[in-house]
Design a binder for this molecule. Structure first.
Ligand code: GLU
Length: 269
């Protein structure tokens, strides 16, 4: 099987060693490897970081296929996917503020980190009235209903084997916000399908997200790729690397005279 994969960073900071590892792993396995910029959050993403991503990958010698896909240029595609799900009654407007959600989550029987479903129970009349009053809202997936429509959900994870997806672990995720008419989960499944991605190779911090993404794939009629969730590189303090750690950015390493092949050899070791 000829492997098609992608690297999909958000241009919210400079790439660090962990990104380089992920990109190298994908690039070295794939026959076709795409670069996609997850820049839907237009307030946090910056063109200078988008330029830096291209530059840093070129410095590493990791070449991508064709044009870079900028998600911010495709809001209409994501909206169409969202409308399809709305038409099947799978979305509902959520008017809760962050503070209200935090309060409901601290209730004794609340599931940790999961939206408690407050707005799922609003009547149609209540929803319309609030919307007409101009109350801001997000669109959430009715995950239970979606699971009932989707049936059994399985995905293949390299190193683990077949895994039954359990989207309810993530609850009713937000699929669109007032200021961002889509979400990470929606864009990623849409673009993986569009680009014919056969293998999603990414950090294990995204393993949980896979459960909801497999559900979305089924709802949208997309194929489910094979998943490889790789280990995360740690910094000298034993913590996983983050964009705010300046010392391990590829820029900083390059400025110190580190040769890109030294990094890649380290990954392959
Ligand atoms: N944008 C995500 C990140 O930088 C990657 C998403 C993905 O690979 O699915 O962590």
């Amino acid at each position: 099987m000829s492997i098609i994969s992608r690297f999909a960073p958000s241009p919210t900071g400079y790439l660090h060693l962990g990104h380089a590892y992920s990109a190298w792993l994908g690039r070295s396995r794939a026959a076709q490897w795409f670069l996609r910029l997850e820049d839907i959050d237009t307030t946090r993403c910056k063109p200078e970081f988008a330029d830096a991503i291209r530059e840093d990958l070129a410095w590493l010698g990791l070449r991508w296929e064709g044009e870079v896909r900028l998600q911010s240029a495709h809001f209409a595609d994501y909206r169409a996917a969202l409308e399809g799900m709305a038409a099947r009654g799978l979305l509902y407007p959520c008017f809760c503020s962050r503070a209200e959600i935090a309060k409901a989550q601290s209730a004794p029987h609340a599931a940790e980190g999961i939206y408690p479903g407050t707005c799922r129970h609003l009547s149609a009349a209540e929803r319309t009235a609030r919307m007409e009053n101009g109350a801001p809202y997000a669109l959430r997936l009715d995950t239970m209903r979606a699971c009932a429509q989707a049936g059994a959900l399985w995905f293949f994870e390299e190193a683990t084997g077949w895994v039954e997806a359990q989207p309810r672990r993530l609850g009713d995720v937000v699929l669109a916000r007032k200021d961002t008419p889509t979400s990470y989960h929606l864009c990623v499944v849409h673009d993986d399908a569009l680009q014919g991605v056969t293998h999603v190779i990414r950090g294990e911090d995204l393993r949980e997200a896979t459960h909801i993404q497999v559900l979305l794939q089924k709802l949208l009629g997309y194929e489910t790729p094979i998943y490889h969730h790789h280990r995360l590189l740690l910094g000298p303090d034993g913590q996983r690397l983050a964009k705010r750690d300046k010392a391990q950015t590829l820029r900083a390493l390059r400025a110190e005279g580190v040769h890109p092949d030294t990094l890649l050899r380290g990954f392959a070791a």
